[in-house]
Structures are given as structure tokens and as C-alpha cells.
Design a protein around this ligand. Sequence first.
Ligand code: ATP
Ligand code: MG
Length: 298
Amino acid sequence: MDDTPIGRAAQQAVEAMHRAGEGLPRPEQTRVMVVANQKGGVGKTTTTVNLAASLALHGARVLVVDLDPQGNASTALGIDHHAEVPSIYDVLVESKPLSEVVQPVRDVEGLFCAPATIDLAGAEIELVSLVARESRLQRAISAYEQPLDYILIDCPPSLGLLTVNALVASTEVLIPIQCEYYALEGLGQLLRNVDLVKGHLNPALHVSTILLTMYDGRTRLASQVADEVRGHFHNEVLRTNIPRSVRISEAPSYGQTVLTYDPGSSGALSYLEAAREIALRNAEAHQNHQHSTAEGNQ
Ligand code: ATP
Ligand code: MG
């Protein structure tokens, strides 16, 4: 990454946030996180790619799985995803190994992407008649041998078989919530699906993280919505909000994340901070768990 100007600038932004040499704790096992909300346009894709890039800039190895036929995450990461490119469709429907479709992301070391092509639009129907239709992504991820710290899965705005595959493959659900009217509308349906998948297919699944996006601190509405969400999900909501930022929305049209597009912008810094919180909270929870297990053994 150091050999490109934007890579250097992004690295400098990360270093500006840390004392020299202070890295973030890496998870003991790969954390597989599904970024889901069946509401459209709430910032799922934006959050997936910018958090992934932030975690990678913090030193982690991160894979983005684009599970949305729109392929927006692939576009934002500058990954070629025209119809002939080997993609997540081949993995889900044709049982191609994940390693054969993963591509490195230019400019961000340690960041990789399994792209989505337009073929994926048909997968929702094609999957119905396949064996183990809900767990095909999970199987592909289990068989993937490259070491990774995080896998972030970007979902389409629906609760069909693609999203179910993501829920079965993950241990954590990350829900981006847009600070607008009706922010919580429809969330009950997502939470019920999470419970269903947890009960029947994936006992480890839980909502670990909620991120408030497109936060406009100048409006009362935004802070009201934020208070309401924090009231409902006391422990899960990150302290960091993502501000509404033109730089964040411009970056994808250059095939970049905001971390390389404008590393010093408020949007880039907020995603870096959110990534830091995600890494630190997990490490703290892990330490507390070890502590209580040790006490229990005494
Ligand atoms: P879909 O449901 O269609 O997949 P999504 O939930 O993935 O949508 P995004 O595509 O990430 O949502 O974001 C929707 C739109 O809002 C995009 O145009 C994006 O650039 C813009 N956007 C996302 N986050 C921000 C932000 N913090 N500031 C400004 N614009 C944003
Ligand atoms: Mg999206």
C-alpha cells in the first residue's frame, strides 16, 4: 500500500489517530459479521466497505463478501465485476471454492473482496432447489484456508435466501441504522429472522453491533432517533456515529472507500473510530470472559 499516494495518505490518517506502534488487538478467531437491514439505502454497503478498509488499515486481514446482486460493494472497492468475472454466484450455486473468486483490493493492504455480478440476481430462485440451500455460504467460508481476522458480508435489502445464507455463515449481526424517521420500522422483522436462524440453523448468531449512520448533528431528529435506538439497544450501539458526509457518498464513483478517497475527512475518521471500537469491545469482552472463567475455576 505504501507505494501509492492514496495508500500512503490513508496510512498517515491512521497513524495520526494512534500513538506510533500502537496497533489494535486482533481477534483470536475470524469474526464473521453480516451487515444487514432489510430497509434499503440505510448505509449497509457504505458501512461494509468503509469498516472493512478501516480494519485493514488498522492492520487486520479482512474479506468483504458482496452478497448483493447490485454489486455496490464490489464497485466501491474498485473490483471488476462484469458478467464473466468469477463471483460469489459461482460459490453459492456452482460450489466453486471461495479462494477462486477472491480478489485483492488495490491501495489497501490486507483487504480482499469476493465480488457479486449480475448473475447473483438469479441465485435467490436457483438456490431454492439446491441441497443445503441455507448453508452454502457457510460451507464455502469454512473451507477457505487463508488466514483472516474479519469477514464482512454485505446483504441486499431483503430477507430472502441470500440474506439467510449470510445469517447462517456469521456469528455477529451488524445493523446500520439511518438516523431518520421510521428508523426502527421493520427492524422487528430482521430481529425475528435472526432469532429463527439462531434457533434452527446457527446457535452462535447474535446482534453484536449497531451503528448509527448518516447522522446530522444539526437536527433534533437525528439526536432523537439516536436516543431511541440507544434506549432499545443499550449495549450494542457503538459510541461513534457516522456523520452525513458528501465525501462518503462521492468515494464509490471513484472505485474507492472514503479511507483512500479522503483520508482526513470526518467520514473517514469516523469509520476508523468505529472500527477501533469494534476491535476493542471484542477484546475487552474476551478478557472479561477469560477472567470470569479463571475465577470460576478457582
Ligand atoms: P441498499 O439497501 O440499496 O443496498 P444500502 O443500505 O447498502 O442500500 P448505501 O448504498 O450504503 O445503503 O447508502 C445509500 C446511499 O446513501 C448511497 O448513495 C450512499 O453513498 C449514501 N450514504 C451512505 N452513508 C452516507 C453518509 N454517511 N453520508 C452521506 N451519504 C451516505
Ligand atoms: Mg447496499
